[in-house]
Design a protein around this ligand. Structure first.
Ligand code: NAD
Ligand code: G6P
Ligand code: MN
Length: 447
């Protein structure tokens, strides 16, 4: 695709992550030349605050970049090369219910895992498919790089409903963890680590990790995990924007116990919700969940900084920080644009990458990325423990997508019943009935 100038659309322009990505696009223009950036959102009021602040930033730092924001799909998606998407259908208000409703029944209440993740999946599928369709209508050769959660369910929905679309679903959690692992080993740049990884999104394991000279880093990382989980003492360091609050620090510490269950591999932090659901529920506050923490923290901070920039009319000391999250999606766009053939962890159809696992599953595995898309790196057969867990979880994700497509109450009840975070079909039914009521503006009607 190599061009002199790329046009990028950020879908979910009003997201708390938009300023970071916008800044990263500017920072990386030497290797990924962007001359047009358009924000798109279906909430004009929310987007305007972020967009007006970014507009000032762009004018001050890169006046040659054509910047605009819109709620009109044709304007947003015509003539674009990359759609970077991060939408949240139902906003934080619905995330709060996703987290609080299951907790009422003694079950994990989490953004992307268990009943909360299922509820969010039922809202996200339509929103993400809509954006993909806009992109294909107005810019059929563009790529959509999607962060919108729950990525596992969204990816399965894309596989089923739009199998030939140019969409790549991604997650920043493993990238942040690789950053931590490189620090454990005294390596500055996470890109120097070469690794094998397999799993579903928010449900995976590293099986090999090497430095750039091929030295095995697993012994050092295992020693650290056994003692500290992912804690490395710099969680509160200034300049780190993401994964810094107390609840994240607990998650990084709990990874020690997650690691103990299979000391042969290094686990994703999200496995705590499936391996220690009782502990998660005991340590959750049913009246103040992560959604409340984010609304009181990141949302206030980002929107406060945007309002400040708008009021002052300058972004000279604007306080936005591009981080690993922004870095990863821009690196991926760059790889597709400039054929860099670098390795990225992507959520892709299995099709043999994990040979002893469902070929139709959407798995998270390393891939080589260039201008013709991605090529998976085969991870070989996986052990019984991981295979068993993944079979159960992938069935949950597939049943959610089937329930959405068919409007099937029965299948959604089965999905909840099968989730490792829910103890019985009766509890699953109670949670489902309350979620249906809460989501009536967002879910298809279930029969
Ligand atoms: P946010 O609520 O601040 O932003 C989401 C934006 O999407 C809002 O401005 C909202 O109006 C907009 N939106 C909702 N539905 C839309 C639609 N149908 N069309 C267009 N715009 C729509 O949320 P946030 O906390 O910034 O997170 C954004 C998304 O990114 C979430 O889905 C979150 O889970 C995801 N995320 C994913 C990863 C990952 O690892 N994959 C990492 C971080 C965030
Ligand atoms: C990680 C995950 C994302 C998730 C985010 C939640 O980055 O990879 O998928 O959305 O954490 O963060 P939050 O700060 O919104 O709880
Ligand atoms: Mn993620």
């Amino acid at each position: 695709m190599s061009k002199k100038n790329y046009a990028v659309t950020i879908a979910g322009g009003g997201s708390t992550f938009t300023p970071g990505i916008a800044l990263m696009l500017l920072e990386e223009r030497d290797r990924f030349p962007v001359n047009k950036v358009t924000f798109y959102d279906n909430n004009a009021e929310r987007q305007e605050i972020v967009a007006k602040a970014c507009e000032i930033y762009f004018h001050e730092n890169a006046p040659e970049v054509e910047f605009s924001y819109t709620t009109d799909p044709e304007t947003a998606f015509t003539g674009t090369d990359f759609v970077l998407a991060h939408i949240r259908v139902g906003l934080y208000a619905m995330r709060e219910l996703d987290e609080k409703i299951p907790l009422k029944y003694g079950c994990v209440g989490q953004e992307t895992c268990g009943a909360g993740g299922i509820a969010y999946g039922m809202r996200s599928i339509g929103g993400v498919i809509e954006i993909l369709d806009y992109m294909e209508k107005y810019s059929p050769n563009a790529w959509m790089l999607n962060y919108s959660n729950p990525a596992a369910i969204v990816a399965e929905a894309c596989r089923v409903l739009r199998p030939n679309s140019r969409i790549i679903n991604i997650c920043d959690m493993p990238i942040d963890l690789v950053d931590k692992m490189s620090r454990m080993c005294g390596i500055k740049d996470r890109r120097e680590l070469q690794y094998s990884y397999y799993g579903l999104n928010h449900f995976g394991w590293w099986s090999k990790i090497y430095d750039k000279d091929g030295n095995d880093l697993m012994p050092q990382i295992k020693e650290h995990m056994a003692k500290n989980g992912y804690l490395d003492g710099i969680e509160h360091e200034a300049g780190k924007e993401q994964h810094v609050e107390e609840s994240w620090i607990h998650t990084f510490g709990k990874a020690k116990d997650v690691y103990a269950v299979d000391p042969e591999t290094i686990p994703n932090t999200y496995l705590k919700y499936y391996l220690y659901p009782d502990y998660v529920v005991e340590t959750s506050d049913p009246n103040y969940t992560r959604a409340n923490e984010v609304m009181d923290g990141r949302e206030k901070k980002v929107f406060g900084a945007c309002r400040d920039i708008i009021a002052k009319g300058t972004a000279k000391d604007g306080g936005f920080e591009p981080d690993v999250h922004a870095n990863y999606i821009v690196d991926l766009a760059c790889a597709l644009a400039e054929n860099t053939l670098e390795r990225f962890l992507l959520i892709v159809p299995n099709d043999g990458a994990v040979p002893n696992f469902d070929p139709t599953a959407m798995v998270e595995v390393p891939c080589i990325v260039g201008s013709n898309g991605f090529e998976k790196i085969c991870q070989g057969p996986i052990p019984q423990f991981q295979k068993g867990l993944m079979e159960q979880q992938v069935s949950v994700e597939k049943l959610v997508v089937q329930a959405w497509v068919e409007g099937s109450y029965q299948k959604l009840w089965q999905a909840l019943t099968l989730s490792k975070t829910i103890p019985s079909a009766s509890v699953a039914k109670q949670i489902l009935d309350e979620l249906i009521e809460a989501n009536k503006d967002f879910w298809p009607e279930l029969k």
